[in-house]
Design a protein. Structure first.
Length: 656
């Protein structure tokens, strides 16, 4: 099939929208397959980097579709969105224009783990995303199903090494490309399941991608199978909200994007969410009907942290499970019951729903369903998300075994940047674990693989205190501008200005000594153990929970007023002060990790045959499978012992 596609001829393009390419010459720098959360970010990032890019997807009107929950962000996920935004990505900005309920989670904990989250108007998000994509310079959009890859013949000196040359659509037409990014989500050999019925589909109502899955398998990619699911949707007017717990949004709303000071909608115009719980009758229906539920019987792994109600009943019997009733949009009549993902036959789903408090008369308009799909073992990609088997072919999103819009968006932006850098023969843009949650995500995937759908959490990051949502711009925007060219001049200047103001502010705060008569009224006696008669620096005073910049500026107005006046700067200075001492300690650990990351392992190392290094067969197998790029990555592979790492290190040093 792959070889045959090499001889296929160019045929005229089908439907173009916003196309800047000359008609009849379908040749792009970067082609992105899939218009979901990974694909939109990848395509926009490649175009921002200056590459002529084509986004090829089944339907323009499903670009930016939220397949499941009508919400973005959360703990760990909000961090990813801030980092995508720091690289000038789209999802954070679009969420600031499309949310209907903004709330920061984890407020009781430190700001390093606050989770920015919002309920999103599904329709508005899609509209705003499509507007953005269709108006991005250098980005063309075309509808079509990609069936196959075009490959260049391997070079005689490297017989097994393929290079992608483009894609072939279902109608046989070809599009040539220097780099290709594959972001097909749950579509590779997707099967939708309700009860005992299954049918091929990428998600309900969408055709699966079968040809592409076969091509990837034939090329030698290791393919696995995962599953996920979504709850039924119910009508708003059929829910009795009056007896349920109401959750109101934050006032003021915290925007996702660094470039926004506020979101598009006032807190008083936002929609509430409601909380209810399952009861024992739900357990009964689930348990009595397991034989009618083929998805739950499947041994394929589903999302551990977003399980179906059936999995929860089986794993945690006799418990009440939370169900959040979330609005689907401002003018939508639908409610999304979060926590009730299920694949029972449709009539039994209605029975389950009506057992739940507040939902006794609920009307189901779309049943929940499951989807089973192929994913590609992400240990086959490098940290730039380029595949090791086929040069210039990149994978991003659910295809790599992740779950969630934010995880997909984060990979999309990295794949898009690197697909473009590859065309320009520039070094890859890699974010390390010490620099961002994006780095944690990519490193976890490429070194550990994904045996179940991978979701981001703050606990996955070792350097949480440094990788905060508030400072993602300081960590990534400057690099994105200088090394990748994916950040606009305006954003670069804004981030540089903020970084300079923060550095200046911290040094001013350190330099101001306040006598105890000035500071002792700011800090309650109970919260300080030191001598209340000594002078303290303004930075040390700001570390106390009760103190913020406005209070400090009231006692030392001349030097501090200007920092207190800008809300964002004042908040960020407060956070910097809070973590200052802890960060000094963490910097040392970060340096140690960076030292190991700098020790690169040769790309073509044959671990199975490597002589002169004492490694067990098991370790050799693991290294062979994961092909770690650095000593640091090798040390994180489970089963690769410290002794094996030391031996590898010795080998690398003697080989240098
Ligand atoms: P998608 O958003 O799925 O986008 C894939 C895109 O590729 C689509 O635009 C499609 O049209 C296009 N495409 C596919 N094949 C081709 C082809 N051959 N040619 C051209 N275009 C193609 N996440 C959670 O966090 N929690 C959940 O509970 C949850 N439940 C889910 C339930 C269901 C039923 C589904 C389908 C997904 C669920 N997800 C859930 C996952 C979440 O939707 C995805 O992780 C996220 O959308 C992945 O983004 P993506 O860009 O990788 O893929």
């Amino acid at each position: 099939r792959v070889a045959a596609s090499l001889s296929k001829q160019h045929l005229p393009s089908a439907r173009f929208s916003g196309d800047r390419a000359a008609p009849g010459t379908p040749h792009f720098d970067v082609v992105v397959i899939g218009g979901g959360h990974a694909g939109t970010e990848a395509a926009a990032a490649a175009a921002r980097c200056g590459s002529r890019t084509l986004l090829l997807t089944h339907r323009v009107d499903t670009i930016g579709q939220m397949s499941c929950n009508p919400s973005f962000g959360g703990i760990g996920k909000g961090h990813l969105m801030r980092e995508v935004d720091a690289l000038d990505g789209l999802c954070a900005r679009i969420c600031d224009q499309s949310g209907v309920h903004y709330k920061v989670l984890n407020r009781r904990k430190g700001p390093a783990v606050w989770g920015l989250r919002a309920q999103i108007d599904r329709k508005l998000y899609k509209q705003n995303m499509q507007k953005e994509i269709l108006n991005t310079p250098l980005l063309a959009v075309r509808e079509g199903a990609v069936e196959d890859l075009l490959l260049a013949k391997p070079e005689p000196q490297r017989p097994g090494s393929f290079r992608v040359r483009g894609v072939v659509l279902v109608d046989g037409s070809a599009v040539y490309a220097e780099s290709v990014v594959l972001t097909t989500g749950t579509f590779l050999r997707g099967m939708v399941v309700i009860g005992l019925e299954t049918h091929p589909a990428g998600r309900l109502g969408d055709q699966p991608s079968v040809g592409l899955a076969q091509t990837l398998e034939k090329l030698g990619f290791v393919v696995g199978r995962l599953k996920t699911g979504t709850p039924p949707r119910i009508t708003k007017e059929s829910v009795n909200f009056s007896i349920l717990n109401k959750q109101t949004p934050d006032d003021p709303s915290v925007p996702f994007s660094f470039i926004n000071e506020t979101v598009w909608i006032k807190p008083e115009d936002q929609l509430p969410c409601y909380l209810t719980h399952t009861d024992p009758r739900v357990d009964e229906i689930v348990l009595e009907n397991l034989h009618l539920n083929s998805h739950i019987k499947e041994t394929t792994r589903g999302p551990r942290y977003c399980p179906s109600i059936e999995s929860k009943v089986l794993r945690f019997p006799n418990r009440r499970h939370q169900v959040w009733l979330e609005p689907e949009g401002l003018d939508s009549d639908l409610i999304y019951p979060q926590g009730l993902s299920m694949t029972l036959p449709a009539e039994l789903q209605e029975k389950v729903i009506t057992c739940i408090r507040g939902l006794e008369k609920a009307k189901v308009v779309q049943p929940g369903y499951g989807v089973q799909y192929d994913y590609l073992d992400p240990r086959q990609i490098s940290p730039s998300l380029e595949t090791q088997l086929v040069q210039r072919l990149f994978f991003a999103g659910q295809i790599n075994g992740t779950t969630g819009y934010e995880e997909a968006a984060a990979q999309g932006v990295i794949a898009g940047i690197n697909a473009s850098l590859r065309v320009r023969r520039k070094p890859p843009f890699v974010v390390s674990r010490t620099e961002g949650y994006i780095g944690v995500l990519v490193d976890d995937l490429t070194t550990l693989g994904a045996s179940e759908p991978y979701r981001m959490f703050t606990s996955r990051a070792e350097f949480r205190l440094s990788l905060r949502p508030d400072n993602a711009d300081s960590r990534l925007t400057l690099r994105g501008y200088e090394e990748a060219g994916c950040v606009s001049q305006q954003r670069f200047e804004r981030a540089s200005q903020m970084k300079a103001s923060l550095e200046e502010g911290i040094s001013v705060l350190k330099s101001i000594q306040l006598s105890s008569s000035k500071w002792k009224n700011l800090i309650p006696e109970a919260s300080i153990s030191i001598d209340r008669g000594v002078p303290l620096s303004a930075l040390d005073i700001l570390k106390y929970e009760e103190v913020h910049m406005e209070l400090l500026a009231a006692v030392a107005p001349a030097p501090l007023q200007k920092y207190a006046e800008c809300r964002e700067l004042a908040e960020r200075l407060k956070i910097e002060a809070t973590y200052e001492s802890a960060l000094l300690h963490q910097q040392q650990e970060i340096k140690e990790v960076q030292r190991d990351e700098a020790l690169e392992l040769p790309e073509d190392l044959d671990y199975l045959r490597l002589k002169d290094v004492s490694l067990s067969c098991e370790v050799r197998e693991k290294l062979h499978l994961s092909r770690p790029r650095t000593i640091g990555a090798a040390s994180r592979i489970p089963g690769v012992t410290p002794a094996a790492v030391t031996n590898l290190l010795r080998f690398v040093k003697t080989a240098q």
